[in-house]
Every structure is written in C-alpha cells, then in structure tokens.
Design a protein. Structure first.
Lengths: 771, 771
C-alpha cells in the first residue's frame, strides 16, 4: 500500500477520510477527525495514543489555572484508551510502521472510525475501532474495538481510563482516585484552582469470548493477557461517562451521577446508544444540511463546516457558548470571542434558533463579568470580554504575545480596547430578536444587556471640544494590527446601531406592556433622561463617512496617513516567519496593511446604509491591503464579493474558508504561541457565504429576501431555514427559486424577490422564476 | 611626560585644560573645547585635523537636506586649517605620538589654545596655537599659530580653507569655487537643498620672516616649503570670515561682504581683534559670573556651564535660538527644542534679558510654522515643533529611532503628540513679560503666540461625555518613554496656566490701551465669545489631583496600573546597551520607570499650586522611578530637592548636571543614533540649581524673593541678576544675604525674605540677615 497519506472525500460526500499513515499529521488529524457534542470534544487521535499525540477530551466551560500560566479549559482523562501488545510489543503506528491505516469521520452520524493493520513477528493484526460522543446523552461516549489476529502470539490488551492528560498549561486535574465496583471503573479527580470535581466512569465488555488468560486491574486500567494461535477475533465494547461540576444541577455527588448514567447506558449497549445518537444527528442534518449541485469539493467542505458547527454547539445548555477553537483543545484559553456572535450565530439563527438562543443567553448570564470589566476600566455598563470564561471573566492577559526577537512578553490591547465586542453582543441580541421574533428574551435579560452596552459606549465616548460630536477614541477594531485608534469606522457604526436598537427595543417593550416595562426600567435605573441622553449620543456620534469622491471610508482617524505599501512589500520585510505584525512595533502597525476585514465587515453588517458603489469601493480598496491574518477575514470579503459582482473571488474565498480545517494549513503560531485547532468562525463563515452570499438569503424582521448569485461552479443549491418560528426549505437553480414552506407553519412566509413580495403558505411551494 | 590624558582645572578656575594625549578623547574634546559666538560654533579640534576627527564649524540656523536623510545645519569649510610637515611627514598626534600635548579653553576670554611637541627624525618641533570666534564681530574668527623647530629639516607649512567637511547627513555644500585676490583666499559654495550661498574668506600673514622657500597656492590651500637648520621660530596669523545667506540682510553679494569684513579685520590685526573680543566677554562675565566660596569643582563646572550658555546664545539675532546640542554639531538636527524655553531661558532672563527677548522673539517669528503644523494635524492654533528648524518647520521624523534588534525604523510620537511644547513656548512668553515687565513684546507677537497656543489646546481637547470636564488625550509629556497617554499632569497643568496667562494678558492689554487692543483682537479674530470659551476650557480642564492620602499626582491616566518595577530590575532586562527604552515596545513603556522629570517638573514650574508636602511626596515617589535618560532630568530633581530639604541629593545632582560636558560621559547613543555633543539645557539647569535652587532666587512679577539653602559644601555664593530692567548683585553666606542694587537703577527693588519685604534703593546695599 501507499503509506503516503491521502485525504479523500468519502464516496457519498458525507465522509472525511485518510488512507495511509503519516506521523507528521497526528496533530492535524486530531483536529480533522474531531468529535463533539457541545458538552465534550474528543480529538481525532488513535485509541493507543497519549498526551504526546495531543489526545484531548475537552470539557468546555470548566476552566482551571495553574500558577501564573494561562487559564484554560480542562481535558478529562481518556476513558476510551485501549492498546494491544503482541509478544510484549505495543501496537502504535508511531513505533511500528503499519501495513495499512485508515481513519475517517462519518459526518452524517458524527462517528469516528479507524482501521490499522500491523505485522509483528510474522503475526498479522487488524485493529478497527468506532467511537462517538453521544448527541443524545451529552455526558456519554462509547466505542467498539475489534482485534483480529492471525498467527501465534502472546497478546496483551490494556483498556481503561488514561490519567495521562495533555494540557497546554496544566496539570489541571489532581487528587486522582480510582475505584472499581461491579466492573465499573471510576476515576475521580478535581481541578487545581477551585477543586471542581471531575468524574469519569467506564465499563468495558467483551462481545466475544476472550481466550483463557489473566485479567488484572491496576488503578484505572485493566489488563488481559493470553496466548493466541491461528485466527482470533475479539470485540470489545466500551461505554463511559464524564461528569463535572458543570453537570451538578443540585446533585451533590457527581461520582454517583457518572456511575448511575453509565449503568443505564451500558445496559442499553453500544448499538442502541449509537442508534439514539444517530437519530439526533439525523434531525440535525434534516434542518442544517445544504446540497450543492455541481461542486463536490465545495459540497464536502461546506458539509464538514456545518458538521463542525453542530458538534460544537451547546444544544443542551444556555451556560455555554462556542470557543474560538471550538472543542479541539485549550488554544485561546477555550474562551468565547466575538467570533460566536458575528460569525457563528447567523448559522444557528437560520437553522437552530434554540441554539442561537442559548448562545445569546450565555451573554446574558455573563453580564455581571462584563459589568465588572467596565468597572475595572473606570466605566459604567458592560464591557464584554475579548476572551470570555465563566461568569464573563476576561481571561485575556495584557501581554498576550511573545516577541520573537527579544523573547519578551509583548503588551497588546486586545483586552483593553476592543469595545466593539460589547457591540457585537448587543448586535446579536437584537439580531436574535429580529429574526426569531422572540421578545421574551428581551424581557429576560436581553434588554438589560443592550442597555448596559449602550451605557458603556456612552461612558467610553468623549465630546469634541466644540460639543458638536461624540467620538470613540483609543479603541481597537477587528483589525488588531492597528491598536488604540480613534473612531474606528466598524466600531462607530456598530455602536450607533446598538444604541438605536436598544432605544427601539425600549419603545417596543413599553408599547407592548407599559406597566411591566416601567417596572423593568425602574429596576435597571433607566429613565427618560437617560433615554434622551443615549438618543443624543447616537444622533451625534461621529461616523466616518464614505469619501464623496471615491466612496472609501477611512478605517480610523489617520489611517490614510499610514504607509501605503503592498502586502508583498510588507511580507518582504518579515525577518522571522512567526513574528507578530501588530503590537507595539509590528511591521503592519505603521502601514495600511490590515489583519482582517474591518471596514468591509461594517458594509456587510450594515448592509442598508451603504450603496452598492460604496461597498465595491471599500472592498476594492481594503481587500488588497488585507493580510487575512485571521480566519474571520476571507468569508467577509467573500460575502461582500457576492454582492458586488465578483463571483470568482467569492468562490475562491468561500473554498478557502470552508476548507480551513480540512487542509489544516492555517496559521499555527503568533509569536511563540501555538494557535492551532479548528475554526468554528470560519465554519460559520462558509455557511454565511453559501446561504447569505450565494443564495442571498436575508432574514429581515418583516420578510425573507432572496437575491441568488450562484458561482459559476454551482448549478444549484438546496437548504432550509427558520424564521419567526416558521420553517422552509429552498432550492435554487439557474432558473428558479423554490421555497417550500413547512406544512406545520402557523402563518405564511412573506418572500421578497426581485422587488416583489409573495407569501408562501404553510405546506405550499412558492416558485420565484428568474426573469 | 605622562601621555595618559588628564583633565585639570586651570589655576584660576577660569580654565578647562588637558595635559597629555589620548586619541580616544578626540570626539569628547571636540565638545569640551568648543568655541561659540551665537553665529558660529567651532569644535575643539586641532588645526591639522579633518572630517574624521569631527572638525566642525557649525552655522546654526542654516539648514540643508540631502536626499531622504535628516535635515541638519551646515558646517562651514575650516578656514583655520593649518598643518606642518617635517621631511614630508605631517605632524598629527594621531599619526606621530607627541612628546607633549596640552589643550585648553580660557573661559574668561573664550579662547582656545593648544601646544604640542613632536620629535621627528631627531628634529624637535613645538606647535602652539590660539584661536577665537569673535564675540565682537560674529562672522569673524582668528588664530595665531607659532612653529618652533630645532634641527635640520625640510619643512612644509600648509594653511588655507579646508573643503573637506564633516557632516552627519551631508554633503551639504557643493559647487565649491576658490579664488585669490591680493592675498585673500575666497571659497564660495552653496547648500544642496536650497542653493543658499556660503562664503569663507581667509588671510594668512607671517609675523616673522619666513625662510627662503617656495609658496604655492592650490585652490583654497597655500603651501610653503623651505629648509630649516638650527633654531627656527615662525609665527603665522590667520583671520577669516564666514558669511551665509543668514547674514545677507539685503546684501546681494555675500562674497563681497565676506571679503570686505575680512579686509577691515585683517587691517586691525589679531591683537586688536582679540582685545575687542575679550572686551565683550568681560562685559558678559560681569553680568553672568557666579562665584562659589568653598567648592572649586562646583565653581569650575558652573562657570563652564555659563560659558557654554554664553557661547551658544544668539546675542546678535532674534531669528536664532539655541539648539539642543548648542553649536557642537549636527546632532538632533541642530533643531530648537523646548529645552530652550524651560531650561535655558531662566538664565538669560536673569542675566541678559535682551537674549531672552531674542529667544522668545524667535518663537514669534516661527509662529507660522507652528500654525502650519497644527493645520497638518487637523487643529487650529499653533503646535510648536519638537525639533524646530527655520520658519518653525518641525524637522522631527515619524521614525526617529532605529530598533537595535531588527534594525528597523521605529515609530515614535515625539513630533505628533508632545503638545506641551506649545505650552512651554507660551509659558516662556509670559515668563519673559512677567520678569522683564516688557509688555511691548505682547503687542508685537507675544500675545498672538499665547492666543494661538491656547486655541491649539482647546482644539486638541475633548469634553467628557457627561460634559463635566475637558481632557487632553493622546499626548506625550516630558517622559517620552510613555507615549500617547491621556491627561499627562505636566501637560494639563501647563495648559491651564498658559490659557489663563493668555486671558490675563488680554485683560492687561485691553486695560492699558482698549482701542489698540480692540484692533489687535479684531486682526486676530479674538472676541468675547472666544474669550469665554477659553475661560471655560481653563476652568473645566481636568487636572490630575494629588492623592489626598499621600499627595502623589498620577503622571497620566493609568500610570499607577503599570508594573512598578525598580530601575535596577528594568536595567537587568536590557539586552542591548543601546536599546531604546521607549517607543512601541521599549522596556520602560509598560512600567512606571520614566525617562525624566515630568510630574516633578510641574511641581517646580507651578510652585505656588503645590504644598511643600505634596512636592516632597511626588519627589520621593518619582525620583527612584526616573531613569534620567535625558540631560534635562537631574537638574529638575535637584531644584526641587533644594526646596524639600534634601541638600545632599541636590548637590550631587547639581554636580552631575554641571559636569555633563566636562566629563563627556553622557548617553552617546539611542538605538543606533549618535546623540553626543554639548548639553546647553543641562548647562542652564546647573545655573538654575545654583541661583533658583541653592540661592532660592524667585523673580516674581512684583518682587524678588530669596530663600537661600546652600549646600554644606558651599560657604557662600555671589551672582547678579536683572529684574524689570533693574540690576543687582547678590552675595549670600551662612549669615546674611546682601543685595547690591546697581546705582543706575531707576527704582528700588522690592526684596522679600523670610516673610518680610524690603526695598533696595539704587546704589544701596540691603542686608538680609538670617535669623
């Protein structure tokens, strides 16, 4: 066989698979074959792997800190660890070159499979394993492991709960205590910083008769030893539960909880558990899948992107959100960034509004942390974190990058100056309300978040000395290569939008229930004077205007005075490939080169403010000056490119975005910092480009607008969406848009296309032919 | 003899001299033995030296730029160049180790002398030379050169105008054209950038009979060759004039001017020229000298400091000021910094108000440049330059330091953010008016400068969003290690002072001549509305207050949040001895370590605002955190130390300041930039510590206050001062202050001491005994 590794799409576009063994790809495959169920992530490593191969069972939301190192989420002990020795030689492709190796991820069922063939001392061994993290019971994981031996050998099988844990800044778990009751292994431990309990319970059951031999248990590991002769086939099933203090919900003993859930699960057995899991994923795909006619690469990449989003999503909890590297590891401290609101929320809004609601409510639940951060900086209101951890605590350090030349910590202002994050959060609240029509959220914290963000912005603002305008000074926009700038266009437009949206929310709420709103306003200390004050702020906030001559908006005050070098020129100046281009003295800081879409993101988000010509002008100006140093960048340029008649560019950047985790060739280091992992914001961006860009779906508060502009590579596109509690599926080809309203819909969907509005009745199909 | 070089004070404390030869000290001696007359500087190099030894005849105020290099003042060709060869071997201590070498500067007469003995081929040669830049005729220089030979030798003497010029960023002069008429050598040239003419005319006259030999002239160089036998003594006198477009004053042909002045001068001859020069210096010393009883080192250093100030001062022109490295070279672009106003002006105000007037009027003449700079940054009013060149043009580049690690230009904000410079200028105008009583200056541009500075500050300011305060954001104070800060205490206090002083000036002027003021105000567009607006600005300007608990004022918003490491800790982190501690990512930027006195300078300048306890608290807090990376720092801490009862510290820092150019051990590099030369701000600082600090002289608008606090090293101190056009000399010992009012004074001087006020009548002596 060819041992050089090849990635190939599965026969049915539902599979991501590799054939062959390449030791260099172990880390990449850990990301590529990642399993997730919102509650846990399980990296795509092999069962015999350990910490050196970055085995990681991430528990999002359970954070820990050791000493002065970064706070990050905890990895659980690996309850699926299993390894085989032949004549004392442990089978591991890193030590023994395999005859064959295949690894795959079944996207439809979120199932990981591996198959590896070894020859040791003339004995042929085939290992095949299948595992999943249950989408049905989110604390549960299960595995089937089959060993086939041909030849005469002394065989050792070891399986249990591996206490060796890969941590970036650990060790986070301590006080390990293993016990065994009735075939269940239980490993208890607790986190270093706060002593939060982590319990892992595991059962392993042979599905076939085990040859006579010895069984020993050592701590949390079992071992069988026996002699094989001829052809032996053995099947092992493992079921495990992982519980932490996040699952306590009033339960005092999570060990008991882990064991109890495990007992129920193992009684059901692997097949039933997997069936229940598959059932959940089938429902998810029914809602979220997109089919593309004519582009197999794009199809596979887009489906993979959607898989990543569904795996990471907290379907089960409104106390979690999606970290910047999803559940693929501890990179970026497992923290919640604005990535979620601006790049992932649109997908969930259109597919699973209940997840969108969880994501928004996560920000409501963490308002206190945002208020505390505002206080810390001498402001009122809510300053949402750059890197949110539990309670809204900002885990971002002031020195977040290491200088590659001096090896000194570099002062960055990610934490201090990115006030747009509060805007992104408030934008998300309002967007959720507008698309879902769910005003309940406003009453239960949504309005409070919007108000506190508005208060924060006013508190941050200054008036010009002639008192004509309000300005927002000393901020950092999405383009982090230019820190501490004045009047960042993205930020200012966003702030005005958010303050106005808050005032609009107040008006709607006061109108719908004056008495209740009066109570709420009073509880929040919100009165007419403050309303007028915020209205005045929004009305007089300085907005960098498109230049009347060429339509270009200056990214921030003085941007046009910076050196206008080309990206190639800039790259030609780089001395160290990992040097950070921003910070105090990075190469980009004194030039017009930006890290990622900034002003152009504003023209996308505030679509109705800018003319097509202005959008095009800004795109044309900023795109060549963008380094795309963030995975959040390409999709934005792609989205706007679909609007301004640049389908080739849009398609190229769509593919770049959609394949980022498939190819695994994104930036791996900033300074000396490892930043690898999966990219859920890019995954969300890929979805946005397909549905909001190419299909041109626009979920307005009062109607659904279509403006398809499929790339030449695509013949058609089918997808579904939710809007105001109504469901529909859409198919677009080069002649017609067909909207199929779900028969259970309670009302028609007003569909706008090409200047006309038509209503799609429940259960009906609306055809909107292209002229 | 001992060839290791030793610096020794002359027998009478009026001489700075070295005995012995040390080639390592050539650059230092170029500064140490510097001659100056305000119109020219002549570095303390030997007559046979050339560009490699940094011969420099600086023309302050005549700037030139070559290509993209820094603009800097021009060095003239060296008209005193003279060298001797014995048997074809040129005598130069760098090539032929001398038997003896002495070099000295007579401070009393501003005369440079050298004496060097060589032995070549058994022939003994003694070279002795004396030279001066005329303080009487500022375009004139003259030299006596004596050659004594014992032995038999072929002798060559070469003298003329050396066209080889030392430039940091040259060559600035081009198109050299030499001519000879009636024994006068004339070398014409012009500057590269603007073609400004530079003419040097020279005559050399043998005072003794020259042995028979040949005389040849080649371009601007003469050569004599002859044979010597036995004992030969030859004396040569040289007189030269240097004229540039700065001297044109309507004259179209500066060559003619140079020759005409030279003809008159050479007719008079060296002795008369030197006598006239000495006469001027005698008058200067009569006014400016300070005698210290009991401290010979301090005496010599202080006198040397005063010598430096007098040499650099533009007695002859109100279109020049004093560059940061005086007339010692092109370092810091020969530009005018705030050093002049805050650190040198006090000396001239108290000794030569006519020079103080020239310095202030220089800023009036360069108002247009300051207005243009304000415009450039989108403001109104006047933004005075960090590095002022002709017309008030700011020569400061945006990338002013080179990073020692990456060798990349480093973005600094010296030019953009040091708004305090406009404050320093306005402060100087008002201080001049208050100390001299010269209100004419206000009418002839002084008020306009103050108004335009106030306008600039208001234009720079913002209001807080609640409209309670004005703030000054994004500025750099004197501590350049912390750029782009908000509400720098020094800046804010200074700005309030300047705006209030401007309003006070307006009030006084309107009162004294309402009609004329109304005309002026109208011409300047100043009306009651603007007055009220500026009054409101001054009244509501946020001033960082002393902490009520400990009296400490925060240097700027957020300073107390910086890492409070010790200076030693910081220094321990330095990797490269020349690395810049400020800029985008310098070591000091994220710590409390400051470059130089900043807040403490505010407590000195605005003496009456802060209590002694507050001054002490700030001194105690900031001094240990000051790196003293600027020569402007030690004197400020010394000054305040005299006030708060720390005489030992004050004396130590006085000596450090006063000896900076004597020892020549100040910082020589920032990044890769050479910053050596003389330090007139420190020279002025030394004077301030002696007179304003130790003697406690305070020239208030309505009285002269004394508060002596002599250091224990001093038994007494004598000095003179001018105030409101009145003259007095003062002697202080441990028992009594005696004030001798000049008999020509037109009115008594009100002298305040120890809470009582007494008037010192013209010609009388007022004794103020210590209780």
């Amino acid at each position: 066989m060819n041992t050089s590794e090849e990635r190939s799409a599965g026969a049915d576009d539902w599979t991501v698979a590799v054939n062959g063994w390449d030791p260099e790809k172990v880390t990449h495959h850990g990301n590529l074959f990642l399993l997730g169920n919102g509650c846990m992530g399980y990296r795509g490593t092999l069962e015999e792997f350990g910490p050196d191969e970055k085995v990681g069972i991430l528990i999002p939301g359970l954070y820990d800190r050791v000493g002065d190192a970064w706070r990050e989420p905890v990895n659980a002990p690996n309850a699926l660890f299993t390894r085989i020795a032949i004549n004392g030689k442990w089978l591991n492709p890193l030590d023994i070159k395999p005859d064959a190796h295949q690894q795959s991820l079944d996207l439809r069922t979120a199932t990981h499979r591996r198959l590896t063939r070894f020859t040791v001392d003339g004995v042929r061994v085939l290992l095949s394993a299948e595992r999943f993290l249950s989408a049905d019971k989110v604390n549960l994981m299960a595995m089937q492991f089959v060993i086939e031996i041909q030849g005469q050998a002394e065989v050792t099988v070891e399986t249990g709960i591996d206490q060796r844990i890969w941590d970036l800044n650990g060790p986070h778990l301590e006080g390990f205590s293993a016990s065994q009751v009735d075939g269940t292994l239980l490993l208890e431990s607790s986190t270093h910083e706060k002593g939060e309990p982590v319990a892992v319970a595991e059962r392993a059951l042979w599905q076939s008769k085990v040859p006579v031999g010895s069984e020993t248990v050592d701590g949390s590991m079992r071992r069988w030893q026996f002699s094989a002769d001829g052809s032996v086939s053995l099947a092992l099933e493992k079921v495990a539960t992982v519980h932490t203090s996040l699952d306590q919900h009033g339960v005092t003993d999570i060990d008991e909880l882990a064991c109890r859930e495990l007992a129920v699960a193992s009684e059901a057995g692997y097949k039933k558990l997997h069936a229940a899991h598959r059932e959940v994923w089938e429902q998810r795909w029914n809602r979220a899948d997109i089919t593309i006619d004519g582009d197999r690469e794009g199809q596979n990449a887009l489906r993979y992107s959607i898989y990543q989003l569904l795996s990471a999503a907290p379907f089960h909890s409104e106390h979690l959100s999606i970290p910047a590297r999803a559940l693929s590891g501890q990179v970026y401290k497992g923290a919640i960034f604005w990535d979620t609101e601006i790049f992932m929320l649109p997908f969930f809004l259109a597919t699973f509004p209940e997840v969108a609601r969880n994501l928004v409510r996560y920000r409501i639940h963490t308002l206190d942390g945002a208020k505390e951060k505002a206080r810390e900086y001498g402001h009122v209101g809510a300053f949402y974190p750059w890197e949110g951890q539990e309670g809204g605590f900002d885990a971002c350090t002031l020195f977040n990058v290491t200088d590659v030349f001096t090896h000194r910590p570099m002062r960055t202002y990610f934490r201090d100056k990115q006030i747009h994050i509060s805007g992104d959060v408030a934008w998300a609240v309002w967007r959720y309300v507008q698309v879902t029509g769910d005003h309940v959220l406003l009453w239960s914290g949504g309005f409070e978040v919007m108000l506190e963000c508005a208060r924060f912005f006013l508190s941050w603002a200054y008036r010009t000395s002639d008192d004509k305008h309000f300005v927002l000074l000393d901020v950092t926009g999405p383009d982090e290569y230019h820190e501490r700038v004045n009047n960042n266009a993205y930020t200012n437009y966003l702030v005005r939008h958010c303050v106005r949206a808050m005032l609009e929310a107040a008006r709607i709420m006061a109108e719908s229930d004056p008495e209740k709103f009066s109570e709420l306003a009073s509880a929040l200390g919100f009165n007419d004077a403050e309303r007028d004050c915020l209205q005045d702020f929004a009305d007089r906030l300085h907005l960098p205007q498109p230049n009347p001559r060429n339509g270009i908006i200056e990214q921030f005050d003085g941007y046009f005075q910076l050196e206008d070098c080309s990206l190639d020129q800039l790259k030609g100046r780089i001395i160290d490939p990992n040097e950070y281009l921003g910070g105090g003295s990075g190469l980009a800081t004194t030039t017009c080169i930006l890290k990622q879409a900034d002003t152009v993101l504003a023209t996308f988000l505030f679509d109705d403010i800018f003319s097509p010509a202005q959008k095009e002008a800004n795109w044309n100006f900023y795109e060549p000056r963008t380094e795309h140093g963030s995975s959040l960048s390409a999709c934005v340029y792609s989205l706007v490119a679909t609007e301004i008649g640049k389908p080739d560019f849009a398609y190229e950047y769509f593919l770049k975005t959609a394949t980022i985790d498939l190819h695994g060739n994104s930036k791996q280091h900033v300074g000396t910092l490892y930043i690898g992992g999966t990219h859920p914001a890019a995954n969300g961006g890929a979805w946005m480009v397909a549905v909001l860009g190419f299909a041109g779906l626009n979920l307005l508060p009062d109607q659904v607008r279509f403006r398809p502009r499929l790339p030449s590579q695509w013949n058609g596109l089918c997808f579904s969406f939710c809007w105001q509690g109504l469901l529909a599926s859409v198919s677009i080809d080069n002649d017609v848009i067909e909207v199929h309203a779900d028969p259970t819909n309670s009302s028609p969907i007003p569909c706008a296309f090409d200047g006309t509005l038509q209503h799609c009745q429940p259960g009906q199909v609306l055809s909107l032919p292209f002229v």
